[in-house]
Design a binder for this molecule. Structure first.
Ligand code: NAD
Length: 303
């Protein structure tokens, strides 16, 4: 089966370098018309450059179709203007990859609230702004594929990245509610936690690993997740050609009898509460609520 993006219109934010550039090049090679969004900022989010135009030039030189957009994902009106331009030029927007990102790494003790806020602004609000700008179009045309970019830091944590981790896990949370709202309009929403050797990670990887973790090795997972047959509500980790799925699981839990609904009762049942035997993956928050009822019924505490 060949996955084609022929006649699809895709927006990739932060596509002036690193992972976004690799997504944009391959989407275009497979037939998509690509909006290459990038402010051209440095790693900490300061400054601007013509990075987006350079990627557009590369795509065009390879025979693809692309337009550059130098706006910032933090500005909702600029995201609206970007979508309007794509629609007037190419008629629709079918795919959105929210990929733009910055770093302001510091221990929490040394982090200024402004460093926390800016990282949340770019990653979380940036994705919300771009998604809001395409949402009505995708609903109207009953087709949309949206990918959020989370991170292993968001899913599992990393020293010195509290701001980044908070923003990144929030994107998985954004996916988990948005996919429910998009389902009846054939809008599928997924989350990708990539690992790649880019300028964002250049001081973390030794040179041999940097090559192994080339952005091109994340592209297959990203493109599958925005393809026609994409799943919805998946959290996928991808790097160095290894693709895995991550889940937010729930243990069966313990139904505390009336007299034991105390902090001491929780302490006494702690090992059973945290036992992963029989854990499940709820498909919505409502399903978690239903699980609690089930646990009460199973224990005979309610009928
Ligand atoms: P990168 O720095 O090469 O790419 C990020 C791009 O976003 C840059 O080109 C930058 O100019 C752009 N950008 C920054 N602020 C912007 C704004 N306000 N508006 C528009 N564009 C803006 O780094 P990358 O590694 O390719 O990262 C891509 C995404 O993947 C990021 O969201 C990052 O957090 C995430 N990620 C990367 C890794 C990794 O291992 N490289 C791991 C986990 C998550």
């Amino acid at each position: 089966m060949t996955i084609s993006f022929q006649d699809r219109v895709a927006i990739v934010t932060g596509a002036g370098g690193g992972l976004g550039r690799a997504y944009a090049l391959e989407l275009a090679r497979r037939g998509a018309k690509v909006v290459v969004n990038d402010l051209g900022a440095s790693r900490d989010g300061t400054g601007t450059s013509d990075a987006a135009q350079q990627v557009v030039d590369e795509i065009k030189a390879a025979g693809g179709m692309a337009m550059a957009d130098g706006s910032s994902v933090t500005e909702y009106d600029q995201m609206q203007a970007m979508v309007a331009r794509a629609k007037s030029e190419w008629g629709s927007v079918d795919i959105l990859i929210n990929n733009a990102g910055i770093l302001r790494d510091k221990t929490f003790a040394k982090m200024e609230p402004s460093d926390f806020e800016l990282v949340v602004q770019v990653h979380l609000m940036g994705a919300a702004n771009a998604t809001k700008a395409v949402w009505e179009t995708m609903r109207e045309q009953a087709y949309g594929r949206i990918l959020m970019t989370a991170s292993s830091t968001g899913l599992y944590g990393n020293f010195g990245q509290t701001n980044y981790g908070a923003a990144k896990l929030a994107l998985a949370g954004f996916t988990k509610s948005l996919y429910l709202e998009g389902a009846k309009y054939n809008i599928r929403v997924n989350t990708l936690a990539p690992t790649a050797g880019t300028r964002m990670t250049e001081d973390l990887f030794p040179p041999e690993a940097f090559k192994l973790f080339a952005p091109e090795n994340v592209v297959p997972a990203a493109l599958f997740l925005v393809s026609e047959d994409a799943p919805s509500n998946a959290i996928v980790a991808a790097g160095a050609g290894v693709v895995a799925a991550a889940y937010v699981t729930l243990t069966p839990g313990v139904a505390l009898p009336e007299g034991e609904r105390t902090p001491e009762g929780v302490a006494a049942a702690w090992s059973q509460i945290t036992s992963r035997e029989g854990e499940i993956v709820p498909n919505s928050g409502a399903e978690q609520g239903a699980m609690a009822l089930k646990a009460l019924q199973a224990s005979g505490l309610v009928t």
